[in-house]
Design a binder for this molecule. Structure first.
Ligand SMILES: CCCCCCC/C=C/C(=O)SCCNC(=O)CCNC(=O)[C@H](O)C(C)(C)COP(=O)(O)OP(=O)(O)OC[C@H]1O[C@@H](n2cnc3c(N)ncnc32)[C@H](O)[C@@H]1OP(=O)(O)O
Ligand SMILES: NC(=O)C1=CN([C@@H]2O[C@H](COP(=O)(O)OP(=O)(O)OC[C@H]3O[C@@H](n4cnc5c(N)ncnc54)[C@H](OP(=O)(O)O)[C@@H]3O)[C@@H](O)[C@H]2O)C=CC1
Length: 268
């Protein structure tokens, strides 16, 4: 077992990570498994899911995979029930699956709008509803929804994704209050620009685009899936037991914006 980041804090517990075959989802699944927990990774393509499972097992962890499209509520219910039944319980759900592309508002087709809203907002609801039925029965559970800061400040070029993430944030806060008396917490994590294949292809496909994104981050660097996963691990752990309905932003100060002044002591 890889003990360098792990402890045994997730031993005996089970998590489901959507979009667990790539990027932030894969790193979060690996972090959970390094803490001793069992993880099921879910996504549409079997090959990347299998690769995540192999990485976890090679490090001595425990994982399995289920192929499923989060837009299909019946398939989601079957997949979530399978994950819960295999482990006898479901402690954590990480809603990380997403779809995105850059387009001017007037160029987003109805089908493009629907695809992103269906994956991000409706898919998150389907997974949350299916998982919560197990968690509410158990009287405990933690749901982490991966959003983006444009859920509250908006973002030209990704109106569909911003609208969907805003919906996820409102849903998180609503259900956090509804389910707090029954032991189920829900929080959001808002990463900043993170080097993943999916985001690079969808959002900064050229060197020039990448440089513009980088220039918007006061910390002066992209983050990594592993760094984001460390914050995810905190929010889903018992160390965050009194935190619900919150958003943790992990973006190197990006959404706060950069200084407009030229004095070198305050210039960013
Ligand atoms: C700049 C700094 C910002 C930092 C914050 C960033 C915050 C968020 C980041 C992310 O979310 S990164 C995650 C990125 N990962 C992915 O997007 C991976 C998964 N992506 C997909 O599955 C696809 O891209 C998808 C389009 C979202 C969905 O795939 P699906 O197979 O269901 O769709 P299609 O059948 O291919 O198309 C449906 C619909 O969408 C239209 N469309 C697809 N791509 C584009 C595009 N590039 N531009 C315009 N329109 C597009 C497509 O034409 C279809 O519409 P209709 O033709 O049917 O109307
Ligand atoms: N990278 C970044 O800069 C940022 C990312 N985020 C958020 O972080 C999360 C992870 O992003 P990132 O790792 O970069 O992106 P990836 O593209 O690597 O991950 C997206 C994952 O979602 C899965 N997925 C997409 N559509 C579906 C679907 N319909 N059903 C099931 N699974 C699906 C994909 O697998 P498959 O295609 O096999 O289904 C893939 O594993 C997302 O929620 C994203 O919005 C937020 C801010 C910044």
């Amino acid at each position: 077992m890889n003990k360098e980041v792990g402890s045994d804090e997730f031993t005996g517990r089970t998590a489901l990570v959507t979009g667990g075959g790539t990027g932030i989802g894969r790193a979060t699944a690996r972090r959970w498994a390094a803490g001793g927990g069992h993880v099921t990774v879910l996504g549409r393509r079997e090959e990347p899911l299998r690769a995540t499972v192999e990485l976890i097992e090679a490090a001595g962890g425990s994982a399995d995979a289920v192929a499923c499209d989060v837009r299909d509520p019946a398939a989601v219910e079957t997949a979530v029930d399978r994950a819960a039944e295999r482990a006898g319980r479901l402690d954590v759900l990480v809603n990380n699956a997403a779809g995105n592309f850059v387009a001017a508002g007037e160029d987003i087709s109805p089908g493009g709008w629907k695809a992103v809203i269906d994956i991000v907002l409706n898919g998150t609801f389907h997974c949350t509803r299916a998982a919560a039925r197990h968690m509410l029965d158990q009287g405990s559970g933690s749901v982490l929804n991966v959003i983006a800061s444009y859920a509250w400040h908006g973002h030209p070029g990704t109106a569909h994704s911003a609208a969907a993430k805003a919906g996820v944030l409102a849903m998180t806060r609503s259900l956090a209050v509804e389910w707090a008396p029954r032991g189920v917490r829900l929080n959001c994590l808002a990463p900043g620009p993170t080097e993943t294949e999916g985001a690079s292809a969808a959002l900064w496909p050229t060197e020039a685009a990448r440089a513009r994104v980088l220039a918007s981050v006061p910390a002066g660097r992209f983050t990594t899936p592993e760094e984001v996963a460390e914050s995810a691990a905190f929010l889903i752990s018992d160390r965050a037991a009194y935190i619900t309905g919150e958003v943790l932003t992990v973006d190197g100060g990006q959404w706060l914006g950069k200084s407009v002044y030229t004095d070198e002591r305050v210039r960013t």
